[in-house]
Design a protein around this ligand. Sequence first.
Ligand code: NAI
Length: 609
Amino acid sequence: MSRSQILRPIKLLKRMQQKMDSSSLKRMKDGESIIDPKSTVGGGVADVYGEDRATEDQLVTPWTVSVASGYTLLRDPHHNKGLAFTERERDSHYLRGLLPTAVSTQELQVKKLMQSIRSYDIPLQKYVAMMDLQERNERLFYKLLIDNVEELLPIVYTPTVGEACQKYGSIFKRPQGLYISLKEKGKILEVLKNWPERSIQVIVATDGERILGLGDLGCQGMGIPVGKLALYTALGGVRPSACLPITIDVGTNNQKLLDDEFYIGLRQKRATGKEYYDLLEEFMSAVKQNYGEKVLVQFEDFANHNAFELLAKYRTTHLVFNDDIQGTASVVLAGLVASLKLLGGSLADHTFLFFGAGEAGTGIAELIALEISTKTNIPVEEARKKIWLVDSKGLIVSSRKESLQHFKKPWAHEHEPLSTLLDAVKAIKPSVLIGTSGVGQTFTKDVVEAMAAINERPLIMALSNPTSQAECTAEQAYTWTEGRAIYSSGSPFDPCEYNGKSFIPGQANNAYIFPGLGFGLVISGAIRVHDEMLLAASEALASQVMQEHYDKGMIYPPLANIRKISAHIAANVAAKAYELGLATRLPRPTDLVKYAESCMYTPNYRSYR
Ligand code: NAI
């Protein structure tokens, strides 16, 4: 870019300011102010923008220069490279003197930052360091995350992000994402237009009512959409500028937050019923109007009464996806499909028992039933009979049907009532036990031993988060089953040893699925999410588990390979979208894996002219 191209907008800006200055000068002469506009304020710098001399009740224009060069370029996270600007770039972009002499490479920057991040003992400090980096140098942030995914995932996402949300008020520096509150009712379309990017492909939205296992964090839930979208880019390859985090602020029922003078959200009890659904309706319509039919809206961490309803309401009119329900289901199904290699038989040959019948539990149960039904051609109602759920009142059975929430009703099978999990294990004799209750240490020694007595290789998934809420630890599962369990959890556990044999516990991390699934929807231009796409995502993930992984007891592939895994998931999902006639990006590329890989965002620095 030539210097004259850069100077043109600056000259234009100055002319406009002069115009403003002469009219404001006149007003001042008329008695509004007696300060000489040519006076210098703040260390001898002329007050060209009129900001310093303006009184608090006067209006000023927040001028910015739109072409990034020099100091502005260093402050622009999308283009900043810090010390990695080359000598030539430093000359052509007016950076001389603004940086110390050393010229670094991106690899060296990664090495230095990883050293610095590893020097912090407290995960939250690491989180803050990562967020600062994201605001300073976006490409370096993603490079760090992609190159060190296993180490940094627990920092930018669960479990550390949960603590970050709890303390969001105090670590909040710059607003990230878009806040839409009840105050914006009637103006949501205008609010969307305030966002600087136009071509949005993925929105992650939360209302903050059920953040991870931490409950209602109101407006502070913003950490979740921000974190999830960072993973969409790092793991799935969606461009950062195409991602939009949104918090829908309808108040909070968290009294501690309402009493906190530093709380950043709407200070009122949560809106419910018509008021809530009207705001959501306006939001969903505005999103479609502003970004079109192909923008993906991922609902995240809504309380389960709203989560089911919103998904059911919008899945036929919008491209929507609920990670807590559908993403969880898909990742768990992938683990089950993969473990068939160790267990033998097909899914239809197994009996499943869930402890916890909420969003995660019923979502997983439904997808297992669908997979069985698809594979065996039996009706889904019939397939559900292989699946049993226990909630806080005991086994879900037909005699409880009247009092059950609607999403539990399909699981009310004929059986005598049983109140404890141990009784249910003994009576149902499941081969697979899945914990989705949010209550830790509920797979007791008795329960796990009962599973081991019934099965040669009991499959135990302790999915509740965070780590302290896992139904049992990896070590307990291996010890109580004498090393026979196939174990996986929601939160990560370290490798363990039993009788001289080492085991690597699998982690049913949603991050395996949603970035690739979302990317598949984006690259095919899909307009709806169909359950068969979730099955396609699960199968693609399961196919990435190799013998070397099985040998270590793993039923998920290592996260270090996640970009390759995501490309396979995206390709399988896109293929399903084309097959179902839901894809709009035509013609269909022949090699979808290659196509997905070629579309993925890469964080390496670009050279500036
Ligand atoms: P939810 O609140 O929708 O459901 C919890 C269910 O557990 C309810 O049916 C409730 O009745 C039942 N429950 C609670 N206490 C119980 C008790 N003492 N005995 C028996 N049942 C009890 O919550 P959601 O979204 O289903 O999440 C549940 C857990 O699963 C959370 O800890 C969450 O972190 C975890 N999860 C794990 C995922 C993963 O590993 N990839 C993904 C999503 C959720």
